[in-house]
Design a protein around this ligand. Sequence first.
Ligand code: ZN
Length: 597
Amino acid sequence: MTATDDLTAQGVAWDLEPLLPAPSDEGLDALLDAAGELASQLEGTRGRVAALDGPGLAEFMRNLAEVHDLVGRAASYAGLDFATDTTDPVRGARMQRIEERATAIGTRLLFFDLEWAELPDEQVEGLLADPELEFARHHLRSARRYRPHLLTEPEEVILNEKSVTGRSAFERLFEEQVSALEVQLDGETVPLETALARLHVPDRDARRTAAESITHGLQPGLRTRAFVLNTLMADKATDDRLRHYGSWIANRNLSNEASDESVQALVDAVQRRYDIPQRWYALKARLLGLDRIADYDRMASVADVDAEVGWHAAQELVLDAYASFSGELADTAQHFFNGSWIDAPTRPGKRPGAFCAYTVPSHHPYLLLNWTAHRRDVLTLAHELGHGLHAYLARPQGIFHQTTPLTLAETASVFGETVTFGRLLEQVNDPQERLALLASNLEDQIATVFRQIAMNRFEDAIHTARRQEGELSVERFGELWAASQTAMLGEAVEVTDGYRTWWSYIPHFIGTPGYVYAYAYGQLLALSVYAQYEARGPEFVPQYLDLLRAGGSMAPEDLGKLVDVDLADPQFWDRGLDIIERRLDETIAAAEAAGRV
Ligand SMILES: [Zn+2]
């Protein structure tokens, strides 16, 4: 690997073939044929779920897990392969084909959820007492929480089948539109992701130019993207009405196993502390030598130089950080680098951002990055690796219990990122660099907690407005976006007119409405967990690993108890927020020590 290749992480790519029993389409069809046959057998239980005894139910669930595994392999392959080049029509058509076949199989098995939901509580508890059902117990119990919101089987079948050409199709249209966005920068055409990375550079003119180019680049297709969002919000409103959900967020909270009250308490607590980002951005203006910063200055590096980090140095640093905490985690993390489980370079048409795909417990997770060799990319790597380790350690839980609810999904990622950050900070003695590092961490906290809650307020505003006012114009979206951002940024930051369209590339609003508060939830939870590690040291590590291994096998409050965290405590959110405020104070002190204010 040359020095340039190391900076671009050239050649760090996935090997997806092990997901399949045979190459490409042949392997995909083999998986889905097998899943289809097994589904046919399971259909024999239709109308007889109430008659199953404990061992019978366990047998049914083992086969159902196998169907999920086969379908999950095929869907993971098609989806990940598509993510590497979303502009390739062959990959797109393949993913669509797999999704259609997977949906057809899922539709045939819908009867189980509906019949299961119909059973009386007493019978359910009797069945779940069977020790053979441990691998599915929490899943089966919590599946019944949707009981009041389920429709009749024929209705569910129609909604499920029509979703392929309805919601899913609109989601894909949005994804393709966003991936096709291009920005003109320095006379070159670059992907949106590359232009967004430019907002971190120290030179203000370069940032302003980049922001203006991004605003310009967001124009093509803006009305189409607004239409897609309008359509999906209306679709959701219909769904929520038919299923008797009291608010736009109620369904998300239920799927997170979080009460409406606890989520509202989180949102209120974060909004009450909006002074934290405002104090930071006021200080940042002084650090940048400005009276007041603008939206495009928020991510500016406060360092004079933005050092580039090579892929190998990043790998070493992150593994070292994980090793400082747990040798077992570091050893497991090594597999991700050696086994082609990471796709790192930026490429035209590749899905932007970063994510971890759990795939299925009989395989291993994959990480997607868009490596641009900035220091924050190291923390992104540590973050996604945290997700990957969580997924990997929870594999023995099986397909029903591997995945945590969204609100706990960020725990391991934030934890790993925090450990890596601590490692980075230890290595830095220069006061300017120390300031830069603390500032960038503080800004990550602000982005994860305050920005996500501001985005949650935007979602709240648009879903409410869509239900009350009908279809929203691009201008109305812009108004509500600016208002939600200004509420958080206060007088400290100028929100420019150009910024009003920047909601229009964010995939969460489309694919997983209501998702974003989970970042704040997970961050504040993870910070509290990390604070315990700081206070108790190595003796805490086994408890933490138990939490990761538990995956989603318990309710969130019970998972919290594994690491002595009480999610029902109304003061809980403020504890995490206090930690962020302390980080702000440290950063202010570092700015003074560096002679910058
Ligand atoms: Zn994450």
